[in-house]
Write a protein that binds this ligand. Structure first.
Ligand code: GGG
Length: 348
């Protein structure tokens, strides 16, 4: 039986990078079938909703989802439920994809592209485990009026102990596959949710005596990421903190165009996407870096299809292309999206 891959290209540069990731998956020679559906702003334009029933149905039927990017300022005036970003939040919630793995490492040769000094940049090799279906992203939201008569916006930050425990376990398990060091990032000196987070992470740690657990406030973690990223092996953190820290980590690793991600749940199904957004300013120009999407496709093979050898081959081909000097504009070069993917395919 072939594996069904749902391809949801989305908006902006999403279709360009998703097409190259699909091309790389096709080149593996594995028994895969692809079905494509609109999502985000493209789906709103086509069907009046960022996550139409047919797209959600495909996501449910598929073995894995290859996602591009969503978002465009053109939709800013829409009510929140109809904005492109609601598609990715909806997919994560509907499919129970609560754990987001975001590996950040510096590929050999990208020292000069990093925002850090080369000798510091060279030390970055970490995974951020971001909780994905809770926090302010999914807490109660409202608008109102303050006691002083001023307009007020509210996003409830909330976690329950089960949500924290299950993402903590993913953090510990991920650490076990690497250097057995887990840093839990919170803001426990200020936030009630973070105090609960820290309590629960410490309780779960009892099952992982082999993993060295540390705790860090998020503001300190942001500083340490640029001061000494080599100190981190695996970071486990909440939805909002993980979103911000992984964008920061990407610039330490050379470009946001280099960081893939996997959104995983209790089953083998996962959603795989570059951490970057839709970058409308360069959409349709063939300038986008496809590496993050291609590395996401490698994660898809490893985590949803159990094809670790093929995933290794793709990652090695990306590393070889980069080491050989292949560069898109974000990395200081002039290769097109297609040209970069061609260099990677040549090494497969
Ligand atoms: N490929 C990533 C993407 O499309 N990001 C847009 C976005 O709205 N992300 C929200 C999030 O990651 O929580």
């Amino acid at each position: 039986m072939p594996h069904l891959i749902a391809v949801l290209p989305g908006d902006g540069i999403g279709p360009e990078v998703a097409a190259e990731a699909r091309r790389v998956l096709e080149a593996t020679g594995l028994d895969l079938v692809f079905e494509e559906a609109p999502v985000g702003g493209a789906a709103y334009d086509a069907a009046g909703h960022p996550l139409p029933p047919a797209t959600l149905d495909l996501a449910h039927r598929a073995d894995a989802i290859l996602f591009g990017a969503v978002g465009d300022a053109r939709y800013d005036g829409l009510e929140r439920a109809l904005r492109p970003e609601q598609a990715i939040l909806g997919l994560r919630k509907e499919l129970g994809l609560f754990a987001n793995l975001r590996p950040a490492k510096l590929f050999n040769g990208l020292e000069d592209a990093s925002a850090l000094r080369p000798e510091i940049a060279a030390t970055i090799d970490l995974v951020i485990v971001r909780e994905l279906t809770g926090d302010v992203y999914f807490g109660l939201k409202s608008r109102g009026t303050s006691a002083e008569g001023l307009r007020e916006g509210r996003d409830l930050m909330r976690y329950d102990e089960a949500e924290v425990a299950r993402i903590a376990r993913v953090g510990f398990e991920t650490a076990r596959t690497r250097g057995s060091r887990l840093c839990s990032v919170d803001k426990a000196n200020v936030l009630e949710t973070s105090q609960l987070w820290r309590d629960v992470v410490i309780e779960v740690a009892a099952d992982y005596p082999d993993v060295a657990l540390t705790h860090m406030y998020v503001d300190n973690a942001a500083m340490q990421l640029v001061r000494d990223p080599g100190q981190f092996d695996v970071i486990v953190t909440g939805n909002l903190f993980g979103d911000i820290l992984s964008d920061q980590a990407s610039m330490c690793a050379g470009s946001i165009g280099m960081l893939p991600s996997a959104a995983l749940g209790a089953t083998g199904k996962g959603l795989y996407e570059p951490i970057h957004g839709s970058a409308p300013d360069i959409a349709g120009q063939g300038k986008a870096n496809p590496c993050a999407a291609i590395l996401s496709a490698a994660m898809l093979l490893r985590h949803s299809l159990g094809e670790a050898a093929a995933a290794d081959r793709i990652e090695a081909a990306v590393a070889a292309a980069i080491a050989g000097g292949a560069r898109t504009a974000d990395l200081g070069g002039n290769l097109s999206t297609r040209g970069m993917a061609d260099r990677i395919l040549a090494g497969l």
